[in-house]
Write a protein that binds this ligand. Structure first.
Ligand SMILES: Cc1ncc(COP(=O)(O)O)c(CNC2(C(=O)O)CC2)c1O
Length: 337
């Protein structure tokens, strides 16, 4: 495969498992079959999740370059920063995470939002967790640059990993591998997934899956659901990553768009809407599976809505990509009390 020319460092258990959500499908009228590929159960590191697949293609350069720290950035309940720390632990390196005020924290969560869930785990793993007041933006950030400069001036060699690994030159490769893995699983299962529904914020997950499926002429099977609440910037960044990943892979194709549903990212990044909470509860009640109010609750809301709108062919096989994130639920306890 095209991906073979890139070095990979194993961080996952192996192929991530695929669940069948029969009860959910029935609850939605039995019109389609619903499956989920479980990146939320893909590794033994922290709470697992999509970032580890991305780090598998970033770690070789970190090892080769004798870096002393991995530095990354996210919101207070970021999965990215937690998984950066977990990966650093595995490599015997230090981690510095810049965690910004990306979410307008609800009054009822103020006392605990920066103490529970992902940030609690980050501290337990020994991360140097730095809270800064800057607001949400998926691009490159001053606070991030400052942390890098500080470490360099102290004689360390920090390795920068941007938000969601997405602006990293190899950020899309992990999920190209996801697509190759999925094609193998389709053959083993004797099934073809007609549509793939995936959450999209900094873009490299959806971009990788898009490019990976484009190797098989199936890029249009991918439906990215916005959870950034700033869909224009996310669309632009994701499309850029699609074309960059396609180029370094040598796919020899350029793209000018991808399926992007912007209806479910509201009200803002990190705050659920009514439909998000309903989706989390519906999947929970029917399948005993947890999703979170920031990311997968919104992409599950999108999947449910698309089924209700008959956007999927009757009896088609719809694959939900579960990227993790339920570990932040304790920071949103007031939505479920
Ligand atoms: C559980 C979960 N699901 C989906 C996504 C969206 O992935 P992309 O950023 O690759 O589009 C994240 C990202 N999280 C970010 C973070 O800081 O944790 C990068 C935003 C995620 O954590």
């Amino acid at each position: 495969a095209l991906l073979d020319k890139f070095e990979k460092y194993d961080l996952l258990f192996g192929p991530s498992p695929i669940s069948k959500f029969e009860n959910l499908a029935k609850e939605l009228g039995g019109k389609v079959n619903i499956y989920a590929k479980r990146e939320d159960r893909n590794s033994g590191l922290a709470f697992a999740g999509n970032k580890l697949r991305k780090f598998e293609y970033i770690v070789p350069e970190i090892i080769a370059g004798d870096y002393t720290h991995i530095v990354s950035i996210g919101g207070i309940q970021s999965n990215q920063t937690l998984m950066t720390i977990a990966t650093a632990c595995k490599l015997g390196l230090k981690a510095v995470t810049v965690q910004e005020n990306w979410v307008p924290i609800p009054e009822a969560e103020k006392a605990t939002y920066d103490k529970v869930g992902n940030i609690e785990a980050a501290r337990i793993l020994g991360g140097d967790v730095r809270l800064v007041p800057d607001g949400f933006d998926i691009g490159m950030r001053k606070s991030f640059e400052e942390a890098l400069q500080e470490l360099t001036s102290q004689g360390f060699k920090p390795y920068p990993v941007p938000a969601g690994c997405s602006e990293h030159k190899y950020g899309g490769l992990g999920f190209v591998g996801f697509a190759d893995e999925l094609i193998k699983q389709e053959k083993e299962m004797g099934i073809k997934f007609d549509k793939i529904v995936v959450c999209c914020v900094t873009g490299s997950t959806a971009a990788g899956i898009f490019v990976g499926m484009a190797q098989y002429g199936r890029e249009n099977d991918v439906i990215a659901i916005d959870a950034s609440g700033k869909p224009e910037k996310t669309f632009e960044q994701t499309l850029r990553i699609i074309n960059h990943t396609s180029e370094i892979l040598g796919l020899g194709k350029k793209f000018d768009t991808f399926n992007f549903d912007t209806r479910f990212g509201g009200p803002v990044y990190g705050i659920p809407n009514e439909g998000t909470i309903e989706a989390i509860k519906l999947l929970g009640k029917t399948e005993g599976t947890l999703t979170d109010p920031v990311y997968e609750g919104k992409s599950m809301q999108g999947l449910i809505e698309l089924v209700k709108e008959d956007k999927f062919e009757k009896d088609s096989n719809v694959l939900f990509v579960h990227l993790g994130g339920a570990s932040s639920l304790s920071a949103y306890q007031s939505y479920f009390s």
